[in-house]
Design a protein. Structure first.
Ligand code: HEC
Ligand code: HEC
Length: 297
């Protein structure tokens, strides 16, 4: 039988053991100017080991046991760069960006939406930052610049007009076809060039890979693929408004640049309406009609 006098000692031992098990962090950290407690970091680590480690890896390097052959590869958190923050390209995402990405997942990838408590969501967000101390720790580190979403100048009533403007901006003014594929006939593109630049396009001015995806070099150590909007799933650009957000900021480190102040706010919305209309062709017989029209020209 246990002597009652031993109870406090026993409790103490249990406390020490569970304290050891609770995690590696013995003190808090300041991450991009925000004080994060050791309890939060330790909860973040437990959450990570439960839900994220199999893909993102014990050391955060993206080389978890399930990552082999996965495309796109799980993010390597040691790089301290992230694709889908709503911040100026190259700057650090805000916590709300991580919450959104983790809660909604990245559509079309193995990164699913995670339904975890707000407390764990915040904790795991703070924890993954600790894999990249050079990016997050230091007096000068702060979350990046956000733009205000410009008001939609079209609205549902003028959607058709927006799409027509979007076609011109996508193909001629912004030339998204440098990386993404084209979806319009050469005759139409030539006519739009005449409208905008006063001269039609000569046949030798069309790139040989106009109707192909052009793989890009990235900062992540692999080639990134500009999606075919009529075929692939896009990661975070669900609504027209989401597309405007993505266009403003680009996809950091992937090759996809930001377009805020490169094209006008009206053009941003026009392009977004056009891209949304292309997305609507996914799994739709109208896609085949479009592809036939391009093939037959
Ligand atoms: C089944 C594999 C898998 C699991 C499990 C997983 N992820 Fe991911 N995650 C990915 C992949 C793949 C990507 C890269 C997608 C891309 O580049 O488009 C990614 C990307 C990310 C990104 C980068 C977002 C950006 O903007 O660059 C974050 C943050 C992230 N995951 C957090 C988490 C967290 C937190 C968990 C656990 C709650 C988790 N992931 C679990 C596969 C996974
Ligand atoms: C220099 C090459 C390049 C140019 C120019 C470019 N993109 Fe991209 N774009 C990419 C790449 C690469 C990706 C895939 C990023 C990833 O997921 O890794 C992408 C992804 C996207 C996505 C998907 C975002 C998501 O949620 O997954 C949209 C929408 C998009 N681009 C629209 C455009 C539009 C519209 C233009 C012209 C205004 C444009 N892009 C110009 C390279 C480019």
């Amino acid at each position: 039988m246990m002597n009652l006098k031993m109870l406090p000692l026993l409790l103490c031992l249990v406390a020490v053991v569970s304290c050891e098990e609770a995690g590696q962090f013995k003190e808090g950290k300041t991450l991009a100017g925000k004080q994060v407690s050791k309890e939060t970091l330790n909860l973040g680590q437990t959450t990570y080991m439960e839900y994220c480690v199999q893909c993102h890896g014990k050391n955060g390097d993206g080389l978890g046991v399930s990552s082999a052959g996965m495309w796109p590869p799980p993010r390597n958190f040691k790089l301290g760069i992230y694709k889908f923050g709503n911040v100026v390209s190259g700057e650090l995402p805000h916590d709300e960006d991580f919450y959104r990405i983790i809660r909604k997942g990245l559509n079309g990838t193995p990164m699913l939406p995670w339904d975890i408590s707000d407390k764990r969501l915040d904790a795991v967000t703070q924890y993954i930052k600790t894999f990249a101390p050079e990016a997050w720790e230091g007096e000068d580190k702060k979350p990046g610049t956000k733009y205000e979403l410009p008001a939609d100048p079209f609205g549902e009533a003028r959607k058709a007009e927006a799409i027509e403007k979007g076609k011109r901006a996508y193909n001629i003014t912004a030339s998204c076809i440098q990386c993404h594929r084209g979806y319009e006939t050469k005759a139409d593109m030539s006519a739009w060039n005449k409208e905008i630049n006063k001269v039609p396009l000569k046949s030798e001015e069309f790139a040989a890979d106009l109707y192909q995806l052009k793989m890009q070099d990235s900062d992540y150590g692999y080639h990134t693929m500009p999606p075919d909007f009529t075929y692939h799933k896009v990661r975070v650009s669900h609504t027209t408004e989401d597309i405007v957000q993505r266009l403003m900021y680009g996809v950091n480190g992937s090759g996809m640049p930001g377009w805020k102040d490169v094209v006008t706010d009206e053009e941003l919305w026009a392009i977004a309406y056009y891209v949304q209309s292309l997305k609507d062709l996914r799994n739709n017989p109208a896609r085949e009609e479009l592809m036939n029209k391009i093939e037959k020209q």
